[in-house]
Design a protein around this ligand. Sequence first.
Ligand code: ADP
Ligand code: MG
Length: 229
Amino acid sequence: MKAPLVELASVTKTYGTLAALADADLRVRRGELLAIVGPSGSGKSTLLNIMGTLSRPTHGRVRIGGHAVEELGDRELSALRATHIGFVFQQFHLAPGVPALDSVADGLLYTGRPRALRRRLAERMLRRVGLGARLHHEPHQLSGGEKQRVAIARAVVGDPPLLLADEPTGALDSASGATVMELLHELHRAGTTVVIITHDRDIAAALPREVRIKDGRIEHDSSLEAVRA
Ligand code: ADP
Ligand code: MG
């Protein structure tokens, strides 16, 4: 059987005496779409940052695409991230003054492709997310929903197998949020593995798998229900 795309085994992350994440086991197979839900401060972002190799665990093992993260140095880890993982955040993280096309093209810098090709691929991706008429708009000229679509285009323009989204609709009105969710579903249908942190029960309930976390502990994983029943 093919290795899971993401595998966490007994992962703990402590800050001083606080266990932000305690003894977490989680496997994500290729092609999954899942929600991570839980109250504020429960460890959702900590979990996502560890899955994304942005943060190293205090204890436990993490594998991404079969690569053992603890065996990789920081440079190798950056390379793994660049080729395997796209990130989307609640606050978009778009640089002020940078046009959409340039932001998205920057998502391909690591590929070493020539600038003209990067820009062509970025334009195609922006059209795909419905922003063909906003190529040269800067963040301050875009709505929240449009900014998030630029951020998603940047995250996936290099076609990473894994997309991690930390409350991607958290700063959006419900109509823009629905558009962003539809886009994430579409990327999933096209083959990307998508992990979405959300506060929104309706969003979580609409996804095939739900992982609930509380006080740093995974307390429910709907994919394990059949096993426990
Ligand atoms: P969530 O995303 O579910 O709101 P977080 O994963 O951001 O929760 O945080 C979980 C807990 O860990 C919180 O109590 C938070 O204050 C703490 N925490 C998160 N990051 C840090 C950090 N860099 N340093 C110290 N404490 C942190
Ligand atoms: Mg968070």
